[in-house]
Every structure is written in structure tokens, then in C-alpha cells.
Design a protein around this ligand. Structure first.
Ligand code: BGC
Length: 554
């Protein structure tokens, strides 16, 4: 045991232990300005809808100043709002609107890399090799006689090499800089104290404004192995490091002292502010290292997200998660969709492998069946939201939105698409602006009809307005689940497996609720006289059909 796991584990009652946190992808949520890209005033205008849904908090993907080469994950000023999304005043108004309705607000922090337009990177380009300016990033000399071979063989997560060569100020070919993502996203050197100090300032800037926490981007990548050794990833593995154990740029021990430092800083503020790690690691055991008592508070449970719709696999990942996070006194989190993965209303019905980040398009193998996908998505969410701990939802899943498969090549925007010459579709399919009204411009996303990614015609019937008063709609299901979850205090409960429903069932008791999910095809008999609290789909003569989950009173 090392020092940090020795700290007494005494789970408390902080809000983030049980919260349902709804991810807003600002460019696709609601567009008040009408330019086709969502914005902060748009979010403010929809705050009542969020309160009505029954979530506890929102997490906003980046809205800070950015050239938008990676949809805002390329930040050029960490302490300002990009004009596309509004102003700092708009941010304050949004925050006040959320807090006024009891909704907490988490913002995205992108510390692994900045935009190449960040002042520091521009200064680094103008400075000489070996300078203080270059030392804030990962500049290295190239190999080979003329230095024209990259310093090592690493590939970018988005495809292509992870190094780009610069031209020095005298016009000669110069050093190379590391970018684990796009060439417009140079990696900071986190062994440099100046970088650490700058991010303390950034954290304080947003904490002083009143945010309730941060979702920390690429929280497993900020420290690279000494000497930057060559490494070739397994082509079958997810591009963020999903399956692999020993990657010289993921999960290095040195990242943990950064989070211990941030933990102390965040703890100076009142209100249980929280840090949530985006760390793609192979197992819950590994990920739990990010949430030891003196580090971050939550980590996304990507092992859960990556689990197929299969009862045995689901039981195993739930067990592993509760054990691994429980051992360090952290809540398990649960998540099925976000802005980087194929939406679960499609993913759970894919019939071919689809590594994380690759996306699906018209030519992808194993195309999902929409009806099966939606049934599984509703069942999977009904299961997830009954688990103890905290859950993350991604905007649009409450409408049952599928992945948009048919986006014309010329409309695609994800750097993955460009950097792989169209070999990987990337993530645009889960980022299409969401439909609010069945008719009207851009389905109520704005009033002008502009949309930065094209919205499919089928989305009229999935619009919020079309689902609002339909008791069988996915929106009504989410609302009912979120209310019942609160009423039965499931987030703070404990899970006890229940036997007797067969191999295809995931069945457990959490407090006074028994949950049964059927991942198979044969109906499962429910106990005689069961009182059904929630059902993800219609029951058949009192039995639970395949791809359906039910909550019954224990
Ligand atoms: C974000 C992605 C982003 C990448 C680089 C992530 O994991 O979620 O959307 O492209 O980091 O910042």
C-alpha cells in the first residue's frame, strides 16, 4: 500500500457521491445566437427543461476560447469564453440560472495540451531551442543526420504521427513538438513547475466564479515515461488506451502528485467541489488509483461503458467497480454515452467490433438495428440508474437519439476523419445538434435553421416536444426513473445480487427496489403479484421480455 491508500476511507455524504450529472456539449445543445453553434445563453434558456428532467448537475464540455480545431478541446485562453459561446457574463448568468434551480455545474478542464494558438505556444515557436518558452511544451530534436526523423514512433490518438516539426525563426527546419492529439494541440510538459502554477491559477479562476467542479480531460496522459521510449499500440485497442497495460504516455505514476496538489487546492473552497477524471484505463482497479482519498473525487467508469449488453459481463463489471472504487472510499460512477463514443442507442446493437473513437458511418460493418438499439438503450439506462453511486448522462440520450450514421464526408468535422483520410469516421455522429421541437427551424435548436452538423429528418419524431406528453416516450422514462431514483435514494444505497432469474438476467436489490434486466431473448417470469415501479418497455403477461429492465417493489 502506498501513502495515499493508507488514508482513512470514510465515505461521506458529498453531493457527487450520488449525483446524476448531465453532460452538455455546448455546441450542440441550444443555439440562442442562431449561427448554427450552440451557446451559453442557449443553455440558460433551457434550464427549466433540465430541472424538469430531474438531474442534479450539469457538466459542460469546453466553451473556453479556442480555434475549435477539436471542437473546443484545443484551448487558447483558459480563463475566457469563446465568442462563439458568449461571454463571461453569459457564463455567470448560466451558472446563476443553474444554481437557482439547485443544479450544480462542472466545467471541462483541458490540461494535457493547449491550442497551438495559445500565447505560450506562440511564444515557444518564436523562441530558441532550450529556452524557457519551449520548456513549457514537449519540444525535442529530431533523429537522423538532419533531425528529420521524429523523436520517437508515437502515433496521435486521432491518427498519423504524434510529432510535428517546426520551422525555426531563421527559416530552417527545426525541432519537433509532441501532440498526442491533433497537431493543433501541443502537449504541455507537466514536469515544468511553471505549467503547474498556471493551472492552479486556472482552477482558482473558475472556482472563484462559483463552479462546483471540473471534469479533467485526458487525466491519464499528462506525464510521459522518462526518455519517451518508442511504443506501438495494439491496433485493436481503443485509441485512448482502453485495453492496454503499459503505454508510455497513459497512466504514468507521476500524474498522481498533480491530483494530490489539486485536491488540496479544491478543498480550500466550500461546497464539496469535485474533480472527475477522464482516464481511459483497462480496469476499474487501475482507474480507482485516480480516486484515492487525497486525489480526485470521481473517475468515469469507461470499463462499464465498454461492456456489451450481456448479463454475465454486466454483473462482472458492476462487481469489479463496486469493489475497486469502494476499496478507496470513492463512489463508482456509471456512464453509457458521451461526446467521444457511439451513442448507446446504436452501440448496444452493433454486430461488429467498433474501437472507441472510430465512430460509425455508412460503410461500417455491423450496422445497428434501430429498434433493437433503442430497446437495449432504454433497458441499459433503467439498469444503470438503479445502481448505487453517481451516473453520467449525455445530452440527447433522454430522447433515445441514435448515432447519426449518414453524415456526408464534406460535412464531417472531427479531426479523426481528416487525420485518417476518412478511414475512421470519428465522433461527429454523436455530436449532432439535438432536436427540441418536432417542427420549426433546426428542430428548435435555434430559430434560423443553421446547424454545424446536419440533423437527420427522422429526428422530428424524437424531438422533445413530441415526447413531452407521451407516457411511453424515452423522455418520460428518464423523468420517471430520475424521480424514482431520488425517492428510493438508490444513489446512496447498496447492491445485493438476487439469484433465480436465470443466466440472462442482471438482478439485484437496492434498498426497497428489486431490479431485473433481461439481456437475452426469452421472457423471464417475474414474482407473482410484483408491483412494477418502472419498466423500460411493455411486459408480456407479467413476464419480462428480452432487452427490457424492470424495477419492482421489494
Ligand atoms: C475529449 C475528446 C478530445 C480529447 C483531446 C478527450 O478525451 O473527451 O473529445 O478530443 O480529449 O482533448
Amino acid at each position: 500500500m502506498n501513502a495515499s491508500t493508507d488514508v482513512a476511507v470514510t465515505p461521506g455524504s458529498e453531493w457527487w457521491r450520488t449525483a446524476v450529472i448531465y453532460q452538455i456539449y455546448p455546441r450542440s445543445f441550444a443555439d440562442a445566437s442562431g449561427d448554427g453553434i450552440g451557446d451559453l445563453p442557449g443553455i440558460t434558456s433551457r434550464m427549466d427543461d433540465l430541472a424538469d428532467l430531474g438531474i442534479d448537475a450539469i457538466w459542460l464540455s469546453p466553451f473556453q476560447k479556442s480555434p475549435q480545431k477539436d471542437a473546443g478541446y484545443d484551448v487558447s485562453d483558459y480563463c475566457d469564453v469563446d465568442p462563439l459561446f458568449g461571454t463571461l457574463d453569459d457564463f455567470d448568468a448560466m451558472l446563476a440560472a443553474a444554481h437557482g434551480r439547485g443544479i450544480r455545474v462542472i466545467v471541462d478542464l483541458v490540461p494535457n495540451h493547449s491550442s497551438d494558438q495559445h500565447e505560450w505556444f506562440q511564444q515557444a515557436l518564436a523562441a530558441a531551442p532550450g529556452s524557457r518558452e519551449r520548456a513549457r511544451y514537449m519540444f525535442r530534436d529530431g533523429k537522423g543526420e538532419n533531425g528529420d526523423v521524429p523523436p520517437n514512433n508515437w502515433d496521435s490518438v486521432f491518427g498519423g504521427p504524434a510529432w510535428t516539426r517546426v520551422t525555426e525563426t531563421d527559416g530552417t527546419p527545426g525541432q519537433w513538438y509532441l501532440h498526442l492529439f491533433d497537431s493543433s494541440q501541443p502537449d504541455f510538459d507537466w514536469t515544468n513547475e511553471e505549467v503547474r502554477e498556471e493551472f492552479r491559477r486556472v482552477l482558482r479562476f473558475w472556482l472563484d466564479r462559483g463552479v462546483d467542479g471540473f471534469r479533467v480531460d485526458v487525466a491519464h496522459g499528462m506525464i510521459k515515461a522518462d526518455g519517451l521510449p518508442d511504443y506501438s499500440p495494439d491496433p485493436e485497442a481503443g485509441s485512448m488506451g482502453g485495453e492496454e497495460a503499459d503505454v508510455p504516455y497513459w497512466g504514468q505514476e507521476g500524474v498522481h502528485e498533480i491530483y494530490r496538489d489539486w485536491h488540496t487546492l479544491v478543498a480550500e473552497y466550500d461546497g464539496d467541489r469535485a474533480l472527475c477524471a477522464e482516464a481511459w484505463l483497462p480496469t476499474p482497479e487501475k482507474t480507482a488509483l485516480w480516486v484515492r482519498p487525497d486525489e480526485m473525487h470521481q473517475a468515469f467508469n469507461f470499463a462499464y461503458l465498454e461492456t456489451k449488453w450481456d448479463a454475465a459481463a454486466l454483473r462482472a463489471v458492476v462487481d469489479d467497480s463496486l469493489a475497486a472504487y469502494g476499496a478507496v472510499g470513492a463512489p463508482s460512477t456509471w456512464v453509457l454515452s458521451n461526446h467521444d463514443v457511439v451513442r448507446h442507442a446504436s452501440r448496444l446493437a452493433l454486430t461488429a467490433e467498433n474501437p472507441q473513437g472510430h465512430g460509425i458511418g455508412p460503410d461500417s460493418p455491423g450496422q445497428p438495428d434501430a429498434v433493437v438499439g433503442l430497446a437495449r438503450a432504454r433497458a441499459a439506462t433503467t439498469l444503470m440508474l438503479a445502481l448505487p453511486g453517481s451516473s453520467y448522462l449525455y445530452q440527447g440520450e433522454e430522447l433515445g437519439l441514435p448515432e447519426v450514421v449518414h453524415i456526408p464526408g464534406e460535412a464531417r468535422q472531427d479531426p479523426t476523419w481528416f487525420r485518417t483520410n476518412g478511414e475512421r469516421y470519428g465522433r461527429d455522429g454523436c455530436r449532432v445538434p439535438i432536436p427540441w421541437t418536432a417542427d420549426g427551424a433546426a428542430y428548435g435548436f435555434n430559430t434560423t435553421g443553421e446547424s454545424w452538423l446536419p440533423q437527420p429528418a427522422e429526428w422530428a419524431q424524437l424531438a422533445r416536444s413530441a415526447q413531452q406528453d407521451d407516457p411511453t416516450s424515452t423522455l418520460s422514462l428518464y423523468r420517471a426513473i430520475l424521480a424514482a431514483r431520488k425517492q428510493h435514494a438508490l444513489g446512496a444505497g447498496t447492491l445485493e445480487w438476487v439469484e433465480g432469474f436465470g443466466e440472462d438476467a442482471v438482478a439485484f436489490r437496492n434498498g426497497d427496489v428489486t431490479v431485473v434486466a433481461n439481456t437475452g431473448t426469452q421472457p423471464i417470469a417475474l414474482p407473482e403479484g410484483s408491483t412494477v415501479l418502472i419498466a423500460s418497455g411493455p411486459l408480456e403477461d407479467g413476464a419480462l421480455p428480452g432487452d427490457t429492465t424492470v424495477w419492482i417493489a421489494s
